[in-house]
Write a protein that binds this ligand. Sequence first.
Ligand SMILES: [Ca+2]
Length: 180
Amino acid sequence: MKQVSYVVGGVMVALGAWAPSASAQQVMWKDNPISGKVVGLTYGTSGWNAAEAQAVAYGGHLLTVRSSAENAWAITNFSAYWAAPINGRGPFFGANDSAAEGSWLWSSGEPLTYGSQLYTTPWGSASPDNYLGFQHYGHYSLPQFNWVWDDIQEAGDTEPLRSLIEVPQRPARSWSWPTA
Ligand SMILES: [Ca+2]
């Protein structure tokens, strides 16, 4: 196997015998002409906090969605790939109310404007419902609900989820998905 290296958080890390297995580092990057940013879908799944930490390591945050156009762009460009392997839920994005119940914020620090009207588009009509008292993390729900936004617990409820990352520019090294 070829010796490869990559940069994480400014530190060069050497990897021996890297193989193209399904790792959390595999991200499908696409340029978003609406926001002018680069959005990536992780192949690996995780809880929300690990996903946000990975996004920060790439120089960004989990995805901020600023308009219906940006929301539609994400669904159009990634939904064919983004369902979690077991129950098919869509990926995490940056909206969360983990600091204060009911106060939804973006992990990027941008104010939540699009999506601030809860229980209506882009949210599902019953979302966010803080089910069981600890659903604080936004994700795209399920295909049969047209990928409306939903709140889910940190670990992704029944399974960890893929995640959408947003960065200012393409990372120096990017892996592609095994299927794309
Ligand atoms: Ca909540």
